[in-house]
Ligand binder design. Structure first.
Ligand SMILES: C[S@@+](CC[C@H](N)C(=O)[O-])C[C@H]1O[C@@H](n2cnc3c(N)ncnc32)[C@H](O)[C@@H]1O
Length: 182
């Protein structure tokens, strides 16, 4: 899949700001594919960073579909807002998703990429509540084959309202892809 121009601009921003936690191209491509699916009506992201994942999503969404992303860091939120300023359907919120995203929900596609991902036992239910029935959720940054007790997998792969699986994005990285049961 070719990198969309908006993603290239987000990558330039990432280099300018020295940000090193952006989504990989493999995750970006998965997000792009999901955003391109028929019926997307409201899409969100927790943790904007420099807007790389957001750019993959926005590049695939039909123009009128609202997209909301939230970032705790003021500099990153401001820079990412600049990246999307020409698109009236994109909003970059500055603050904590726990506070700012519930009033924006429900989403039918949500990229969960910041703020408590590793604390699924504490934050997981709040994230589930952001999802519409039938919604898709993507969580990245998992390490395949990790041994020992794993709160993230325990929560998301066993939740009674979620059907989820773990997918390899590279041999060393994986995502959890889930849907909220209707
Ligand atoms: C992995 S980076 C995001 C990368 C981005 N989603 C992408 O696809 O390139 C995680 C981001 O989440 C932000 N973050 C952490 N806690 C947060 C919170 N409670 N609310 C909003 N953003 C948060 C961090 O400041 C950081 O920029």
């Amino acid at each position: 899949m070719r990198e969309p121009p908006l993603v290239s601009r987000a990558r330039e921003l990432e280099h300018e700001l020295g940000f090193t936690h952006s989504s990989t191209p493999e995750v970006g491509q998965l997000l792009h594919l999901l955003a391109a699916q028929r019926g997307r009506a409201r899409v969100g992201e927790l943790g904007t960073g420099c807007g790389v994942g957001a750019a993959w999503i926005v590049s695939a969404l039909p123009p009128a579909v609202p997209f909301v992303t939230v970032e705790l860091d003021e500099t990153l939120a401001g820079a990412s807002a600049g990246l999307f300023e020409a698109d009236e359907n994109v909003r970059v919120l500055h603050g904590d998703w726990h506070e700012l995203m519930p009033p924006e929900a429900p989403f039918d596609l949500l990229f969960y990429d910041g703020g408590g991902k590793q604390r699924a036992d504490q934050d997981g239910e709040e994230v589930v509540d952001l999802l519409a029935p039938g919604a898709t959720i993507v969580m990245n940054d998992l390490t395949p084959g990790r041994s020992g007790h794993d709160v993230v997998r325990q929560f998301w792969l066993n939740h009674p309202e979620i059907t989820a699986l773990e997918l390899l994005t590279t041999p060393e990285t994986s995502v959890i892809l889930g849907t909220r049961n209707g």
